[in-house]
Design a protein around this ligand. Structure first.
Ligand SMILES: [Zn+2]
Length: 224
């Protein structure tokens, strides 16, 4: 069986490392001087491990990525997973009581849309609340807040001081949301990722690196 290498990353490292990403891509990290032939040989030797890892990743990916909107299925909100219950004969579309989600069976065919609408509303509410706090702490004023549908970009900052955040962020723990908010807020003053920029972030959130890492590791799970 032929194994596809999705990405080869050459760097100043001394050893070769194989990694199967959460979406089952094979990433190979090698020292600068490594030949294609040697990479192929190692892939061949490790093929059963790679295939096993890719199979596992795909299974996990599928489970996480396709919501079925069935009873007992978990939905993330502020870093916790809450179970969904589909209920009959009710007037509401979606209700959350801090313990479970309740979705009307009549609207099951629109479940995804309804959830996104709910997440967007919550994102706007929570993020406005948190920005107000960090705007005060930092003394940095922003112009307008917008909630976007971005898939990969957690937040962005425009030249006129508007801040944008994806609704997906509301699935993350509050500290992570705070980190993204502070990150974008500081961008109003520092447009780049210079030392100065990170110093300013650190003054407001001394432990921001934990949240930054969390996002890198778990960001792909914040989907519907
Ligand atoms: Zn940035």
């Amino acid at each position: 069986m032929d194994i596809i290498i999705d990405e080869i990353i050459r760097s100043r490292r001394k050893t070769i490392a194989l990694q199967v990403s959460h979406d089952a891509r094979l990433i190979v990290r090698v020292p600068f001087s490594t030949s294609e032939k040697l990479i192929r040989k190692i892939i061949y030797e490790k093929r059963s491990w790679i295939l096993k890892k890719q199979e596992e990743a795909k299974e996990k990916y599928k489970k996480v990525y396709s919501k079925e909107f069935v009873n007992g299925e978990g939905f993330l909100f502020l870093g916790n997973s809450y179970k969904l219950y589909v209920v009959d004969n009710v007037e509401f579309s979606l209700i959350f009581n801090n313990e479970n989600f309740f979705l009307s069976r009549k609207l099951l065919n629109k479940a995804k849309e309804i959830f996104i609408k709910w997440y967007k509303k919550q994102a706007y509410k929570k993020i406005s609340e948190r920005i107000a706090i960090y705007s005060k702490i930092s003394g940095i004023n922003y112009n307008k807040l917008k909630i976007t549908n971005a898939r990969k970009r957690w937040g962005s900052c425009s030249s006129n001081g508007n801040l944008n955040f994806t609704w997906r962020l509301i699935m993350a723990p509050l500290q992570v949301i705070d980190y993204v908010i502070v990150h974008e807020l500081v961008h109003i003053k520092e447009r780049n990722h210079s030392k100065n920029f990170w110093n300013k972030v650190r003054i407001i959130l001394p432990y921001y690196e934990t949240q930054k890492k969390w996002l890198k590791k778990n960001g792909h799970l914040l989907i519907l």
